[in-house]
Design a protein around this ligand. Structure first.
Ligand code: ADP
Ligand code: ASP
Ligand code: MG
Length: 456
């Protein structure tokens, strides 16, 4: 049973969709065309988070730091100027730019500091949400900008904080939901706050995840993700020119695609939708009339081969130990150490005395290799010999009944004949067949597979 008698659509607009004033106007057209859209979640304007990430590293020269700040100010002022610089908004944006200056100065030459970094990264979304709420008001809409940190309670793992779903639901019902009747509420994706009020972020691309969690907390009927492509394609269209948008995907298929590298959705986006049963739509804010992809529990077709995903910068960890031979508990011990170091394992294959696994680096800015710290290596060395291989790419073939249909492996591996396949995982899920290849071979592999398995 839904708790509300009104069915909400939560609309999320990504960075390119709110890149400038004209792009924001197109988002406003989409919002105003649908009375069900009461909550709007925005990313930072395109390019801003990348600049903030550089500032947060604290390794720029003073001239570079000032140049980065000037680039961000230019992006925000272009929008502010076209909004005719309302006094309060201009003061708010200037205040956010001053905070960027201060925090980036604090980061200069300093040791890594997650709290300062996240406070800095969050400012991009703070700017775009304030600007977009004003733009809606100028289109005669009752609208306000709501600070997501009031509801998006997380733990304090800066850079990749984990939301507390119970707190989010309770805070959202208390502080945000009552505003939705009278206002179109604009809030920030990507950002949250821990229980002490420190700003946190959910990892790169996290605005999709924020929107999905808010849609779940609101029990929204639809989560609409507006981006720069007209749907989820059979492969990243930047990689395969013949890739085509898929009109309808099941939750399972979409979750596999997001998990295995289809950047169009943050990997964690689908789970909240599955839990609350809302449909997810992915469309292009520049051309909403082109339609997009609907992701639902039940779909009309379930083809064997649906799509391909590619995840670069993969790190393979191979551990060898003779103690594994006929032993009990070796894997449990290995996984306990990895869990203690907050490493989430992705693919895994085992032999009698070795285990090979890839590391899930979802949302982190670096590759999995940066998660393998000297402390982790030291601890693993007490029980096994460890080998780390970088420069790999993970290719996922996504579809249905892949593990139970005769001939699937043959079709895939015939294409792979000229390439060196480093590791293969099949059988755990009916929806994927994954393997690792050398990074430089990844694109030809994916292009060749698409030609054979998915081109008409
Ligand atoms: P936003 O800023 O709106 O969140 P992103 O850049 O995060 O947008 O995601 C959109 C991009 O995802 C597309 O431009 C496209 O290059 C990439 N992408 C990767 N895989 C796919 C896919 N299977 N279908 C569509 N886009 C994909
Ligand atoms: N602005 C953040 C990023 O660029 C979050 C997002 O866009 O989803 O990673
Ligand atoms: Mg994104």
């Amino acid at each position: 049973m839904r708790q509300t008698d009104f069915s909400y659509t939560v609309a999320k607009f990504g960075g390119t969709s709110v890149a400038d004033y004209q792009a924001m106007q197109r988002c406003a057209d989409i919002v105003l065309a649908d009375p069900a859209v009461r909550l709007v979640v925005v990313s930072a304007s395109s390019g801003v988070t990348n600049l903030l990430v550089e500032l947060a590293k604290g390794q720029l020269t003073e001239a570079e730091r000032l140049d980065h700040l000037a680039q961000i100010a230019r992006i925000q002022y272009q929008i502010l100027d076209q909004l005719q610089r309302p006094a309060q908004l201009a003061a708010d944006i200037d205040d956010l730019l001053v905070q960027m200056d201060k925090l980036s100065k604090q980061r200069l030459g300093g040791l890594a500091n997650g709290a300062i970094s996240d406070a800095l990264l969050a400012l991009g979304e703070c700017c775009s949400s304030a600007l977009f709420a004003e733009l809606l008001r100028q289109r005669n809409e009752q609208s306000l900008c709501f600070d997501a940190r009031r509801v998006m309670r997380t733990d304090n793992h800066f850079g990749k904080a984990e939301p507390d779903l119970t707190a989010l639901k309770q805070l959202l019902e208390q502080h945000l939901q009552p505003l939705l009747q009278a206002n179109r509420v604009v809030t920030q994706g990507f950002i949250g706050a821990d229980s002490e009020g420190n700003t946190t972020t959910l990892g790169r691309g996290g605005s999709d995840f924020s929107a999905a969690l808010m849609a779940e907390a609101l029990q929204a009927e639809v989560l609409a993700v507006w981006t720069d492509v007209d749907g989820i394609y059979s492969c990243d269209p930047r990689l395969v020119t013949t890739a085509r948008p898929i009109p309808e995907l099941s939750f399972d298929e979409a979750a596999e695609m997001a998990t295995f590298g289809a950047k169009v959705l943050h990997p964690a986006t689908i789970l909240p939708a599955v839990r609350c049963g809302s449909a997810v739509f992915v469309g292009k804010s520049r051309a909403p009339e082109q339609g997009g992809t609907w992701i639902r529990k039940e779909v009309a077709t379930s083809p064997g081969f649906r799509a391909l995903s590619l995840r670069k910068q993969q790190t393979l960890l191979t551990v060898h130990s003779l103690n594994m031979l006929h032993a009990r508990g070796f894997l449990a011990e290995l996984f306990a150490i990895l869990a203690k170091h907050r490493i989430s394992v992705d693919l895994i294959t085992t032999s009698e005395v070795s285990v090979a696994l890839t590391i899930d680096d979802t949302g982190s800015s670096g590759s999995g290799a940066s998660l393998i710290t000297p402390e982790l290596k030291q601890e693993l060395a007490t029980m096994c010999r460890v080998e780390v291989t970088e420069q790999l790419a993970l290719v996922a073939v996504i579809g249905n009944q892949l593990a139970t249909t005769a001939g699937i492996a043959k079709q895939v591996f015939e294409v792979l004949e000229p390439f060196n396949v480093r590791m293969i995982c099949q059988g755990a899920s009916p929806h994927n067949l994954c393997f690792l290849v050398d990074a430089q071979e990844a694109e030809p592999v994916v292009q060749q597979l698409h030609r054979t398995l998915l081109d008409d």
